[in-house]
Design a protein around this ligand. Sequence first.
Ligand SMILES: Nc1ncnc2c1ncn2[C@@H]1O[C@H](COP(=O)(O)OP(=O)(O)OP(=O)(O)O)[C@@H](O)[C@H]1O
Ligand SMILES: [Mn+2]
Length: 421
Amino acid sequence: MQRKQHLQAGHMKLYSLAAALANITVTNHEVTYDPDTSWLKFHLGINRYALYSRDDPTVLQLIKDMQSMTVISADYTQDEKALKGACDCTQVVKPSGHHLKLALKMRNLAKAMFKPMRQQRDEETPEDVFYFVDLQRHNAEIAAFHLDRILDFRRVPPVVGRLVNITSEVLKVTQNEDLRAVFFTSPANNTCFFAKCLYVCKTEYAACGSPDLLEGSLSAYLPGLSIAPRISIPSPWIRSYTFTGREEWEVNPFYCDTIKQQYPYNSGNRLLNIIDMSIFDFLIGNMDRHHYEIFTKFGDEGFLLHLDNARGFGKHAKDEMSILSPLSQCCMIKQSTLLRLQLLAQSEFRLSDVMRESLQEDSLRPILTEPHLLALDRRLHKVLRVVHRCVRRLGKDEVITEDFFKSTVTPEAATDGTMQR
Ligand SMILES: Nc1ncnc2c1ncn2[C@@H]1O[C@H](COP(=O)(O)OP(=O)(O)OP(=O)(O)O)[C@@H](O)[C@H]1O
Ligand SMILES: [Mn+2]
């Protein structure tokens, strides 16, 4: 039915091409099952403090596997299917906007979320573009994983860059006819595909290979929601997703006092975790953190997942101070976070140097341009300056908070420290 509408919309040519392509035979790859496989170990290692532990060899292996393993199948992600109501919605935390992203499965059954390249490394987000319509940047996803690891948060699932052959690793291995139908060949003879077109497909929304190879980020999937349920919670510092709207936090300088009285921000570490996340987002320049996710098994003390960082690193010259509002308005920071930031502000461990070195490990290097790397140092100093100002005003004891200070014991988290089934 929907395809019919597209045809009527004057896209006859593209769709007959797609239909011709749709007759291709699906490549059947062999599957290897290994109970010792890296993605499974990654899942089993998730605990209430972080997604993986420091120097975890499992993550290094997972990174290698995602980088090189044969892709055996491709599909839309569950949240994209939810847009059409065609999904197992128990597997969706929150239905999402329609961006170009796919779920790829590897030979060892590892699953990864693929976000294709939409923008060159040196392209900047134009001044007049709102954060909520900004493109998704695959290199931002990659860089955010490295930064999160360097900050010792370990709240971003492992991400790698990879050149994906969208013909042999997507079109020819997908069983999903809707996905096959959005493939076409461009006038330059490159293979392209659209985001799911709910209304009219426009070629400017497509991503194209060269002729088949397309850069993208691959983010390791978290355990399924039936094994490790997660919930999505609106950020108290959510922005207005309209052209003119203002949220309370933008106009009320005492907003944090209100938040501090409200569950779950009135005890434990949740507010400190939000502040960590705001520091992370400020460093990458991400204004799009509307929700955050947590694993329900770990109760209120669990860490916040830093998923979806693709809208970071859009403008190297802009330091969006409003992203830091949770820190500047609440004037609190975990001691461990502050110590790490102070370390990375020293010349021997300069954040941009550590990032540059870390990003060199990715096969799509360079991941960030120099101006974006240097912006990290500048922004880090701004974070430290905000903390310094708070300390001057309120004193160290008020501002610098010991980790897990008023830890409220949660029944599930207290007995079950890991995700083991
Ligand atoms: N690595 C992952 N493992 C499992 N689920 C994930 C992973 N990354 C993202 N998701 C889920 O998929 C949803 C959509 O992902 P993401 O936000 O990255 O894409 P998006 O296209 O920007 O969506 P949105 O428009 O909702 O922001 C997330 O809210 C999250 O629930
Ligand atoms: Mn998103």
